[in-house]
Design a binder for this molecule. Structure first.
Ligand code: NAD
Length: 379
């Protein structure tokens, strides 16, 4: 295939994607469901231990709903590196089927082998899940109350430079070209999610981050579509910033407190959320959400910590990040009161009271003890 044909093929693929998005479902209305099915995926390494603690906390908060048949928890065991490696798939087919029977998922970290590992070349389960479930929004809250920071980043997860990252072309030895894709429906859906979040969480400012003055077509479209969506939210103030100055403003202690909700294309979102996470520090301080119209997946921000397991320290792993992800899940499916209780308990246990401390070793509390400590703060 010559370069022109390759470019034509990419255009056809992306046009088909646009049509599929246009024809796609609307966001699930959880209130309209008879029963919400929450899948609990242990994953690898410390994943099964910390996810079991989070499961216990969520099950306690939703006890009445489970008894009334409005909520069901389903444990999905098969998303392990052993199984994935045995079938040579990022997500084994039967496991994907189980996952697709759920509405939302709480997922433990999954190991992605490095080149030369005994597991062979198994692709990232996270990337595969984002694609298979069309989880187009990566939502990352960053809260540092003592510094007045309360940000939520909405990073688009299916487009931008990453979507076609492996489809660039070497025209000749001296010239290489990559492609970047931004679509109207792809931008519309993340913008809508961000503005709805702002509206439902009492936020009055949404910031759009691009480099639209230079990257005129793709960033220009992203900015314009976000501004179009903003018209449906007249009570929310909207501003737009360029990624370079935005990166600087996040370290500006006088100005950064003013930002609330941010919408970004994939690459800028990747960079800015890592910068923001660095201010927050600590593995227990954040959860992360991957949201689509039909499915949503919530997880810790850290990995599977294989060394902790090898050294027999998995019971001392900190479950707070995945429990925070559980609070995000509760809020997403409409159980805001339970989510607020859980956030308050987490803040009390990890910031204000700190009667137990997790160190990752036997001089600190176990994850199970910490989960009980959190539960003791919830009436
Ligand atoms: P990691 O987050 O697993 O570990 C980094 C450090 O943090 C280690 O010292 C670890 O012991 C510590 N740590 C992590 N979580 C902890 C917890 N809950 N309590 C106490 N200490 C904790 O990062 P890594 O070593 O780069 O990655 C290990 C594996 O995890 C890799 O296979 C990677 O691909 C995978 N990973 C998965 C996800 C995910 O599924 N979302 C995310 C990141 C990494």
């Amino acid at each position: 295939m010559n370069h022109i044909e390759q470019f034509e093929k990419i255009i056809e693929q992306q046009k088909a994607r646009v049509e599929a998005m246009k024809a796609g479902d609307d966001f699930v209305d959880y209130k309209s469901l008879d029963k919400i099915i929450i899948g609990i995926i242990g994953g690898d390494g410390i994943g099964p231990a910390i996810t079991a603690h989070a499961h216990k906390v969520l099950a306690s908060l939703l006890d009445e709903e489970v008894k009334a048949g409005k909520v069901e928890f389903r444990t999905i065991d098969g998303l392990t590196i052993e199984n994935r490696s045995a079938v040579g798939k990022a997500i084994p087919d039967d496991v994907l089927e189980e996952i697709k029977q759920c509405h939302v998922l709480l997922k433990g970290p999954t190991t992605t082998p490095r080149a030369g590992d005994k597991w062979g070349n198994v692709e990232s389960a996270n990337v595969a899940m984002r694609k298979a479930l069309d989880l187009f929004a990566n939502v990352r809250p960053v809260q540092i109350p003592e510094k007045g920071i309360d940000w939520t980043f909405f990073r688009e997860n299916t487009e931008c430079l990453y979507a076609l990252g492996s489809q660039g072309v070497d025209i000749d030895d001296d010239l290489s070209i990559d492609f970047r894709v931004i679509t109207t429906p792809g931008t519309e859906r993340i913008a809508r999610l961000a503005f709805e979040h702002a509206k439902n969480n009492g936020k009055n400012r949404v910031t759009i981050v691009t480099k639209a003055n230079i990257v005129k077509k793709t960033d220009g479209k992203f900015l314009n579509v976000c501004k179009e969506v903003a018209k449906d939210y007249p009570d929310i103030e909207v501003d737009d910033w360029y990624i370079d100055i935005m990166t600087a403003k996040l370290v500006d202690e006088k100005r950064r407190k003013d930002f609330q909700v941010m919408i970004l294309p994939n690459l800028y979102g990747d960079i800015l959320t890592d910068e923001a996470a660095e201010f927050q520090g600590g593995v227990g301080t954040a959860g992360s959400a991957n949201i689509g119209k039909r499915y949503a997946m919530f997880e810790a921000v850290h990995g599977s910590a294989p060394r902790m397991v090898e050294e027999g320290r998995d019971k001392y792993a900190d479950p707070c990040s995945v429990i925070r992800a559980g609070a995000m899940l509760l809020s997403h499916i409409g159980y805001q009161e339970q989510a607020d209780k859980l956030y308050a308990a987490l803040d009390e246990c990890t910031v204000t009271e700190k009667k137990l401390v997790i160190t990752g070793r036997d001089d600190g509390a176990t994850g199970d003890e910490f989960a009980d400590y959190i539960l003791s703060k919830i009436d």
